[in-house]
Design a binder for this molecule. Structure first.
Ligand SMILES: Cc1cc2nc3c(=O)[nH]c(=O)nc-3n(C[C@H](O)[C@H](O)[C@H](O)COP(=O)(O)OP(=O)(O)OC[C@H]3O[C@@H](n4cnc5c(N)ncnc54)[C@H](O)[C@@H]3O)c2cc1C
Length: 422
């Protein structure tokens, strides 16, 4: 029997699905001991810190992750950062294979004047702020304006618009960070624009997200009917299934505008941002449109135009992704998930993607190294293992039960470590 050791860096969906795929490829000849290493005291990656809190069903995929983590050959080392505390090279030396599953966390920039003004920020900072990510608790979001603009035409942009435009009381039964619920309740924002550079036929939303918009109880949703009718013409006789489904959903909204709420979200297509205006904070956005320049007054701009991977020493990067061929960085090092593909696909996409990469990994295996593991590299006394995480989880869920929420998340690292029993 061959005993292999695999280190997975990053406890997001791609990392868990890689662990699951390894587990499934065990047989009477080989077993895999899996060590998953996570920089935060908590696992689950963007399922905890990205997915919108008003979509609790989406977060139930965490049950699958916990089933994977319950395997006796699986160990969690959370609150351990790779690249700083422990080098990738040290892991490569010890493990038979290292899988980089660190995601894609940096928001892409528009590259236009005014982007660095106070009040202009990326969804890469805003979403973790409302999701209680410990490193984003101090993000300042100016809510003292009546209008906000979200730039982007994908599901992250849609999440951000919804979070800004829904009635904050709808967040009470969710696990939104307490500081964010308070800020949303005190917010003066009542009008939120979502602006897309291209026509509606190119929008990267998925149609279930569009179809749920009319169900928002306290928010008007405005889409200009002529924009969608023109997009339908441009899409031609045989649009792709997803495009057709999106356009159908948008046409339905456009035909039935709600107007009687004091909160409104409005979609603007073919609006290319040229400049963010303001002296010492955001005061507006100038767009180039087919009808000439348009200026929208606003005090908050959030860009959701894609993500790039943050680089880790010892791993090669290019164009915001880890350099790889089909997930192989080199024999012994692999990459999965958003760090591999960039920010595309849904959570489930990571499952088949990780499984395919793990097949390569297994095909490359040589006899086991038996060179030790991460426990010989760790010097910190503050490592959260699976049982520590389960203590955090139980404490958060118990705090939530009292308030009718799935959980109340602890925000500060010190608080999380205390709950872990450290
Ligand atoms: C705002 C937002 C909302 C989304 N909503 C949905 C949705 O509703 N439905 C859906 O299907 N998909 C959604 N997605 C997409 C989904 O979250 C991704 O497909 C998925 O999380 C990618 O998984 P990953 O494991 O590659 O990365 P991640 O989930 O980002 O996980 C990476 C993990 O690696 C850790 N890490 C990073 N660097 C290090 C390091 N140096 N050392 C140790 N650990 C490290 C991170 O802390 C993180 O836990 C959303 C994405 C975003 C950004």
């Amino acid at each position: 029997m061959l005993h292999y050791k695999v280190a997975i860096i990053g406890a997001g969906p791609a990392g868990y699905f890689a662990a699951q795929a390894l587990h499934n490829l065990q047989n009477e000849e080989r077993v895999f001991a899996i060590d998953m290493i996570e920089q935060l005291p908590t696992p689950w990656g963007l399922v905890r810190s990205g997915v919108a809190p008003d979509h609790p069903k989406m977060k139930t995929v965490s049950k699958v992750f916990e089933k994977i983590a319950a395997d006796p050959n699986f160990r969690l080392f959370a609150n351990v950062e790779i690249g700083t505390e422990i080098t990738v090279a040290a892991l490569v030396e010890k493990y038979d294979a290292v899988v980089v599953a660190t995601g894609s966390t940096l928001g892409k920039k528009l590259g236009i004047p005014g982007e660095d003004l106070y009040g202009s920020m990326s969804a890469a900072d805003f979403a973790p702020w409302y999701n209680a990510h410990p490193d984003f608790a101090d993000v300042k979001v100016p809510f003292d304006c009546d209008t906000a603009v979200v730039i982007g035409a994908g599901n992250v942009a849609m999440d951000v618009v919804r979070m800004l435009a829904l009635d904050p009381s709808e967040l009470d039964p969710t696990d939104t960070a307490d500081h964010a619920i308070t800020a949303f309740k005190n917010s003066a924002v009542r009008k939120v624009y979502l602006s897309a550079r291209r026509g509606a036929e190119h929008a990267a939303f998925t149609s279930p997200e569009l179809r749920e918009l009319p169900k928002l109880q306290h928010t008007n949703v405005i889409i200009e009917r002529s924009d969608i009718e023109a997009a339908i013409v441009r899409a031609g006789q045989t649009p792709g299934k997803d495009v057709k489904s999106n356009l159908d959903a948008m046409l339905l909204i456009a035909k039935n505008p709600k107007i009687d709420n004091d909160r409104t979200m409005e979609f603007l297509f073919q609006h290319t941002p040229k400049e963010i205006l303001g002296a010492d904070r955001v005061e507006g956005v100038v767009y180039s449109t087919p009808n000439g320049d348009v200026r929208i007054k606003c005090g908050l701009v959030i860009t959701a135009i894609g993500y790039q991977a943050a680089s880790i020493n010892g791993v090669p990067y290019e164009n915001g992704k880890v350099v790889n061929v089909d997930g192989r960085v080199h024999a012994g090092m692999y990459v999965v998930g958003w760090a591999k593909r960039g920010p595309t696909g849904v959570i489930g996409t990571n499952k088949s993607d990780s499984a395919a990469v793990v097949e390569l990994l297994v095909a490359d295996l040589k006899p086991p190294k038996n060179a030790g593991d991460i426990s010989q590299l760790i010097t910190s006394q503050q490592v959260v293992d699976q049982s520590g995480w389960l203590r955090i989880d139980a404490a958060e869920v118990a705090a939530g039960e009292a308030k009718g929420k799935p959980r109340v998340k602890s925000i500060k690292r010190a608080e999380l470590l205390k709950k872990a029993g450290i």
